[in-house]
Design a protein around this ligand. Structure first.
Ligand code: PAN
Ligand code: ZN
Length: 191
C-alpha cells in the first residue's frame, strides 16, 4: 500500500446473492460422500448419489489461519434436500479456540441455525433474508436448509477460531432438525 494512494478494495461482494470475488477467494464443496456419519440415517446417506453437492463455501482469509486479531469472511450455499427426513445441513462445529464467537446472517432462502452448548442443550433460530445471528463462544453451530430453494448465508469469524468437527462427529448434536408433517422440528437423539 503506497502512502496517500487511493485504490480499489481487494474484494467485492454481490449484494444480490453474496457471491465473493477478489484475490485469494477460496472455495470448498461438500458432497454427500464427505458427510459420512453426520446425518442420523447413515443408511439413507450411503444410498444417495455420492457426488450430490450438499453445500459450497467461499471464504476470504486475508491472514493465515490462527492469526490473532484477524477476521475471516465466508459465504455458504446449502442446496435443498433431505437425507431421510433430515434437512440438508452443514457439518457444524465448535470453534477450536472454543471461546471465539461469530456472526451469521441470512441472504436468500429459509433455514434454521441450530445451536448447542457444552451441556448438549440444543435450540434453534430461524434464518431468512435479513436475519442476523450472534453466535457466542463455546456454542456449536450448524445450518439446515428447510425450503425447496438454495439457502445462502454469510458469516464473519476470528481468524484464530479454527473448526472442531471431530467433536460433532463423535458426540453429535443432541437434537436433529427433521421434517415432520411438513414442518421443521427439533427431535432429540436417542442414546
Ligand atoms: C462458517 C462455516 C460454513 C460451513 O463459515 O464454516 O458455513 O459449515 P461447516 O464449517 O460446519 O462445514 C463458520 O461457521 N465458520 O466459522
Ligand atoms: Zn463457525
Amino acid at each position: 500500500m503506497k502512502k496517500l494512494s487511493i485504490s480499489n478494495p481487494g474484494f467485492e461482494i454481490d449484494l444480490q446473492n453474496g457471491f465473493l470475488s477478489g484475490q485469494k477467494v477460496r472455495s470448498v464443496e461438500r458432497l454427500i460422500r464427505d458427510l459420512k456419519l453426520f446425518f442420523g440415517d447413515e443408511n439413507a446417506r450411503a444410498a444417495m448419489p455420492q457426488n450430490e453437492l450438499i453445500y459450497e463455501v467461499q471464504s476470504i482469509q486475508p491472514v493465515d489461519e490462527g492469526t490473532v486479531g484477524g477476521l475471516f469472511f465466508g459465504r455458504t450455499i446449502i442446496h435443498p434436500g433431505r437425507v431421510g427426513s433430515e434437512y440438508f445441513m452443514t457439518k457444524g462445529h465448535f470453534h477450536k479456540k472454543s471461546n471465539r464467537g461469530e456472526y451469521y446472517w441470512g441472504l436468500k432462502g429459509e433455514g434454521m441455525l441450530i445451536l448447542m452448548d457444552r451441556n448438549h442443550h440444543v435450540w434453534a433460530e430461524k434464518m431468512y433474508p435479513g436475519s442476523l445471528h450472534y453466535i457466542p463462544g463455546h456454542i456449536a453451530h450448524r445450518i439446515a436448509n428447510i425450503s425447496d430453494e438454495p439457502l445462502i448465508f454469510e458469516a464473519c469469524w476470528p481468524s484464530d477460531a479454527g473448526h472442531d468437527y471431530d467433536r460433532i462427529l463423535y458426540e453429535g448434536f443432541s437434537a436433529r432438525l427433521m421434517e415432520i408433517d411438513d414442518m421443521p422440528r427439533l427431535v432429540p437423539e436417542k442414546n
